[in-house]
Ligand binder design. Structure first.
Ligand code: IPM
Ligand code: MN
Length: 356
C-alpha cells in the first residue's frame, strides 16, 4: 500500500522520539513492501518561534490531506507565562478540534522486563492491560464560557464542563466496540455524585450499553477509579471517561507501568485522518540529549499502522519488536534505574533489528 504521513515533531523531545518512530515505520514498510511518504510541518512552540501560530494553516491543510498524522509533543517552559490560547498547547487543541478527533485511545499495559520501574508490587502489576478511552474534543478543554474577568478589582476565571448527549454517545460507542474485541467489560468513570455533566454522562453511557448486551458496564466515581487503578489495575478492561479525567488518569496509568515514556495514543474521529502521539510531554530537562524513551512514539506508530492504514499484522510486528527490546533488557535512562542505558536512537535501532 501507499500512504502519506504528516509528521509534527513539535517541541522538546518530540523531534527525537518521532525520528525513531519514523525509522521503525520505514523499516516495517520495507520488510512488508509498502510505500510510505513523510512530510514534516511546523507545530507548537516550533511554529511560534518561527513567528507562526501554534497550528499554522499550512500545517492543518497538510494534516487534512494526509492518511495519518504522527505527533511528538508540544509545549515549552518559555511559554509558561502566556494565557492558554497563546501557548503551544493551543495548537494541539485546535488540531484535535479541527480534525474532530473525539476518541483518544490510551492503552496501558505492563511490559515484561520493566516491572522493576513500576512502584507497584510485581504481583499487583502483573497482567495489567487496559484501555483508557478519553473523550477528546469536549468538556473543560473546550467548554464556553472560558476566560478571565476582573470585577471591582477581583480577578476571577472560569472554565466550563459541558457535554451534549451526542458527544457522550459517540465516544461511549468507541469504548463498547473496543470492549467487545477485548475482555467485554466497560468501566465508565465520572463524578456523578457532584456534577450534572457526569449524571448525563452516566445516563447516556447506560443507554448505549443496551446495544451491547455482550459487554458488561459498570460506573465508577473518578476518585475511586484513581484508587482502584493503583490497588487493582488488572480489574480494568476498557475505561471510558471525559476529557480532563482521562488526561489525569492516563498519566496515573503511565506511572503504574513504570514510565510515561512507554505509552502510546491514537486520536480518532468519525472520518478523516487520525492522529498518533505518545502520551508523554516535551520533557525539556532532557530534550536534545538523546536520553528520551521513544517507546511511546514507536508504539504510537504501531497504532497508526493498525487504525489509520488498516495494517494489523504490521502493527503487531512493531509491538512485538518493542516488547522484545524491553524484555531483552534494552533500556533508555528513564527505565535503567541508574544502570547502563541506551540512547534514544540506539533503542530505535534495537527495535528495527528485532522487526524481522
Ligand atoms: C495530553 C497532554 C495534552 C492534554 C496537553 C499537552 C494539552 O497532556 O495529551 O495528555 O492535556 O490533552
Ligand atoms: Mn496529559
Amino acid at each position: 500500500m501507499r500512504a502519506r504521513i504528516v509528521v509534527l515533531p513539535g517541541d522538546g523531545i518530540g523531534p527525537e522520539v518521532t525520528a525513531e518512530a519514523v525509522k521503525v515505520l520505514c523499516a516495517v514498510a520495507t520488510v512488508r513492501g509498502h510505500v510510505l511518504s513523510f512530510e514534516e510541518a511546523p507545530f507548537g512552540a516550533a511554529a511560534l518561534s518561527a513567528g507562526l501560530p501554534p497550528l499554522p494553516d499550512a500545517t492543518l491543510e497538510a494534516c487534512r490531506r494526509a492518511d495519518a498524522v504522527l505527533l511528538g509533543a508540544v509545549g515549552g517552559p518559555e511559554w509558561d507565562g502566556l494565557p492558554p490560547d497563546r501557548r503551544p498547547e493551543a495548537g494541539l487543541l485546535a488540531l484535535r478540534r479541527e480534525l474532530r478527533l473525539y476518541a483518544n485511545l490510551r492503552p496501558i499495559r505492563a511490559f515484561g522486563g520493566v516491572a522493576a520501574a513500576s512502584p507497584l508490587r510485581p504481583e499487583t502489576l502483573e497482567g495489567t492491560d487496559f484501555l483508557i478511552v478519553r473523550e477528546l474534543t469536549g468538556g473543560l478543554y473546550f467548554g464556553e464560557p472560558r476566560g478571565r474577568t476582573t470585577t471591582d478589582g477581583q480577578r476571577a476565571a472560569v472554565d466550563t464542563l459541558v457535554y451534549c448527549e451526542e458527544e457522550i454517545r459517540r465516544v461511549a460507542r468507541v469504548a463498547f466496540e473496543a470492549a467487545r474485541l477485548r475482555r467485554g467489560r466497560v468501566t465508565s468513570v465520572d463524578k456523578a455524585n457532584v456534577l450534572h455533566s457526569s449524571q448525563l454522562w452516566r445516563e447516556v453511557v447506560s443507554e448505549v450499553a443496551k446495544d451491547y448486551p455482550e459487554v458488561t458496564l459498570d460506573h465508577m466515581l473518578v476518585d475511586s477509579a484513581a484508587m482502584q487503578m493503583v490497588l487493582r489495575p488488572t480489574a480494568f478492561d476498557v475505561l471510558v471517561t471525559e476529557n480532563m479525567f482521562g488526561d489525569i488518569l492516563s498519566d496515573l496509568g503511565a506511572g503504574l507501568v513504570g514510565s510515561l515514556g512507554l505509552l502510546p495514543s491514537a486520536s480518532l474521529g468519525a472520518t478523516g485522518p487520525s492522529l498518533y502521539e505518545p502520551v508523554h510531554g516535551t520533557a525539556p530537562d532532557i530534550a536534545g540529549r538523546g536520553l528520551a524513551n521513544p517507546t511511546g512514539a514507536i508504539l504510537s506508530a504501531a497504532l497508526l499502522l493498525r487504525h489509520a492504514l488498516r495494517l494489523p499484522e504490521e502493527a503487531a510486528l512493531v509491538e512485538a519488536a518493542a516488547e522484545r527490546a524491553l524484555a531483552g533488557g534494552s533500556r533508555t535512562a528513564d527505565l535503567a534505574g541508574g544502570g547502563s542505558s541506551l540512547s534514544t536512537a540506539a533503542f530505535g535501532d534495537r527495535v528495527v533489528a528485532l522487526l524481522a
